[in-house]
Design a protein around this ligand. Structure first.
Ligand SMILES: [Zn+2]
Length: 140
């Protein structure tokens, strides 16, 4: 991203012991999710137990970052007093190859559509915060 990292003044995530590994990995430009040690299910957002089998035992696992847009919306109203982006802006729901769903904005200039093959990329919004973004991939 070419955006000025010092310019970010948008909403910040509530980082807890439960999701810290996710945000730390994004800062390293990696995408991770909890993977159930019992049944192998991946899930996002991070939670204390597997939503498939309720096992509390999981391991943070790196994901491919590839997926498909399964829904998206364009916001025409600003819901935060401050923010790093102008309305209107889009937010996509991406179903990742490993199964979890992730919500992220497409990169500037990308027009999302349901069924579009995408990959996660990373925006260093500040020295401490990296956001997941979505960009189309060419599927030849
Ligand atoms: Zn499980």
């Amino acid at each position: 991203m070419t955006e000025d990292v010092a310019a970010y003044d948008g909403p910040l995530p509530a980082v807890t012991n439960l999701n810290r590994a996710y945000w730390d990995a994004l800062r390293e430009h990696r995408l991770v999710a909890p993977r159930c040690d019992h049944c192998g299910h991946h899930w996002l957002p991070p939670g204390p137990w597997c939503p498939e089998c309720w096992s509390p035992s999981f391991t943070w696992t790196e994901l491919s970052g590839r997926g498909t847009i399964t829904s998206w919306v364009r916001f025409h109203q600003r819901y935060f007093r401050r923010g790093p982006f102008e309305v209107p802006y889009a937010v996509t729901e991406v179903t990742l190859a490993e199964g979890p769903r992730l919500y992220a904005r497409p990169i500037e200039g990308a027009e999302p559509w349901v069924g579009q093959a995408v990959e996660i990329c990373y925006e260093d919004a500040s020295a401490d915060l990296t956001l997941a973004r979505v960009r189309p991939v060419d599927v030849a």
